[in-house]
Design a protein around this ligand. Structure first.
Ligand SMILES: NC(=O)c1ccc[n+]([C@@H]2O[C@H](COP(=O)([O-])OP(=O)(O)OC[C@H]3O[C@@H](n4cnc5c(N)ncnc54)[C@H](OP(=O)(O)O)[C@@H]3O)[C@@H](O)[C@H]2O)c1
Length: 314
């Protein structure tokens, strides 16, 4: 087995450098792993493991061989002006990350399906407010995006007995999930979504995809779960529709601007649950192996796995 040497730089304001360094060293003992703050000469860097690095971060990294996005969504990376030409970009597609995401989606779906917000509000009024539970197969859950994360979430929802629809760019097949593909089928999917789960990457094709008109196609009182990116949805239209009750409730982990402004009306809405972009995260112990494998591949002159297609945007 090749033991690549060289230097990897780490940059993330959200992740612990020491934990990632130790996890990677277990697989790559000869690699120097440095925090971005320690880099004196960018030309000494061969590999970059980064999540939203500062503008200009890649400038002068003339010997860079691989960029590893420290996460699944690459939207903040692919459009940057400082990306060195021809250097492959990979992202983390870790089964544990998919499981964590599926857990969040399941929690949020069950919360809406079992009308938990209604009971929370009744409890605050000291009210025994019986509502007969609906059987899961009578509830249609549509998952937009059937990639690494969306496909597992759709399977877990199907296992819970929901009627699950899925939507992607190219045709997919998932047992027990009614799959649709292409923009021309989107309205059909939205019109059937009692609960809509957004799991799409943010690209030039998907930015603003869920505009006022499309959100209005959801059945009256539908629930919305956005765990992908805020800019996929017209946030002002969504807020209006939540206020009017056309969208009955929402679980929102992502926003067009993060952190969400303290003055934003969404904070005070009783039918909205807000979490600060943490539905799923990259886990060092389980992701280190695939990062190491890719570094080995690149050091041997081979193409890395899980490459992002910059022209497609994901
Ligand atoms: N909130 C969080 O904590 C968190 C954590 C991780 C990731 N995320 C977000 O989740 C997103 C999805 O992650 P993933 O790993 O599942 O992505 P992925 O593996 O790249 O899959 C993307 C899915 O979206 C579909 N898609 C892309 N463009 C489309 C279009 N124009 N029309 C219809 N379908 C389209 C793809 O279709 P094809 O199957 O045809 O390619 C694929 O099914 C990430 O991009 C990221 O933004 C959020």
């Amino acid at each position: 087995m090749t033991r690549p040497s060289g230097t990897l730089v780490f940059s993330s304001a959200f992740d612990a450098f020491d934990v990632w360094r130790d996890a990677l060293h277990a697989h790559l003992p000869d690699l120097a792993i440095v925090d971005a703050s320690e880099v004196a000469d960018p030309a000494s860097i061969h590999y970059a493991l980064a999540w939203k690095p500062p503008e200009g971060f890649f400038d002068k990294m003339v010997n860079l061989r691989l960029i590893i996005n420290l996460g699944a969504g690459v939207d903040s990376l692919v459009g940057r002006r400082d990306l060195p030409a021809g250097v492959p970009i990979t992202r983390i597609t870790d089964p544990q990350m998919a499981r964590m995401m599926a857990g969040y989606v399941l929690f949020a779906t069950l919360r809406h399906a079992r009308e938990i917000p209604f009971f929370e509000q009744a409890q605050r009024r000291g009210e025994w407010a019986y509502r007969h539970p609906r059987s899961p197969e009578t509830i249609r859950v549509a998952v937009l995006g059937l990639g690494e994360l969306g496909a597992l979430a759709a399977m877990e929802l199907q296992r819970q007995g929901f009627t699950v629809l899925g939507w992607s760019r190219s045709p997919r097949q998932i047992d027990g999930v009614q799959c649709f593909a292409g923009i021309e089928t989107l309205d059909t999917v939205l019109e059937q979504a009692d609960i809509l789960v957004v799991m799409l990457p943010l690209t030039t094709d998907t930015r603003g995809l869920l505009d006022r008109e499309r959100l209005s196609r959801l059945p009256q009182g539908a629930a919305l779960i956005n765990v992908a990116r805020g800019a996929l949805v017209d946030q002002a239209a969504m807020t209006d529709l939540l206020r009017e009750g056309h969208i009955g409730s929402a679980t929102l982990d992502v926003f067009a601007q993060e952190p969400l402004a303290s003055t934003d009306p969404l904070w005070a809405m009783e039918n909205v649950l807000i979490t600060p972009h943490l539905a799923s995260v990259a886990i060092p112990s389980s992701s280190a192996r695939q990062i190491a494998d890719n570094i080995v591949r690149v050091s041997r002159g081979e193409a890395p796995a899980n490459q992002v297609d910059p022209s497609r945007g994901y």
